[in-house]
Design a protein around this ligand. Structure first.
Ligand SMILES: O=C(CO)[C@@H](O)[C@H](O)CO
Length: 193
């Protein structure tokens, strides 16, 4: 991704958070990714790591209509994906999407529901889905913009994201075409190399 594109979408996300009165912490830990696919408008996500502790993690995310976070699962992390504002479609599979569809139970806003692998759940503001390790999920807003929360057990973005598409990388290569507005989580990883 170009740094200019990252700067623009951070400003856009900030405006949306402000509009809906989601106050950001001081020095937010921004994370912007096109999942290495170079098609940010269709496959992309803006995230802020609000807290990352050994036992738990909380993130705030922002995406635009039809901007997908591609199908993936976590082997360790259990997470709630929560709609803070907007409408979100979450497609879920019990195992790998290519496997034969099976019925399974999933918690939607705290209540067990019986669904089938590959079903798409629609969540409105305030609603959530609980994803246990191994459940593949892909999500995208149905509203023009969506503020999405994530509350989870420990998060490990370097080692605990398993995407179906083997071409996907969790972080983007960045082309420095203008000065960075913020330091991204991935810039911090680069500094440690
Ligand atoms: O787990 C999620 C979304 O399900 C995010 O925290 C990851 O960073 C996406 O790769």
């Amino acid at each position: 991704m170009k740094r200019s594109q990252i700067n623009t979408c951070i400003q856009e996300a900030k405006k949306c958070f402000e509009k809906h009165q989601w106050a950001l912490p001081p020095d937010p830990k921004w994370d912007v990714t096109d999942f290495g696919l170079g098609d940010f408008d269709n496959k992309g996500l803006v995230l802020i790591n609000l807290t990352e502790e050994l036992e738990y993690c909380e993130k705030l995310m922002y995406a635009k209509k039809n901007q997908r976070t591609p199908a993936h699962c976590h082997k360790k992390k259990k997470e709630d994906i929560i709609v803070r504002n907007g409408k979100l479609a979450v497609q879920v599979w019990k195992g790998k999407p290519e496997q034969k569809p099976v019925d399974f139970q999933i918690k939607i806003s705290g209540k067990w529901a019986l669904i089938c692998s590959g079903d798409t759940i629609t969540l409105n503001s305030g609603e959530r889905v609980t994803l246990i390790p191994g459940v593949y999920h892909e999500f995208y807003p149905l509203s023009d913009q969506c503020i999405i929360g994530e509350v989870s057990t420990a998060n490990d973005d370097l080692n605990d994201n398993f995407f179906v598409n083997p071409d996907i990388g969790r972080f983007s290569e960045i082309e420095e075409d203008e000065p960075a507005l913020v330091t991204l989580v991935s810039d911090r990883y680069d500094d440690k190399e």
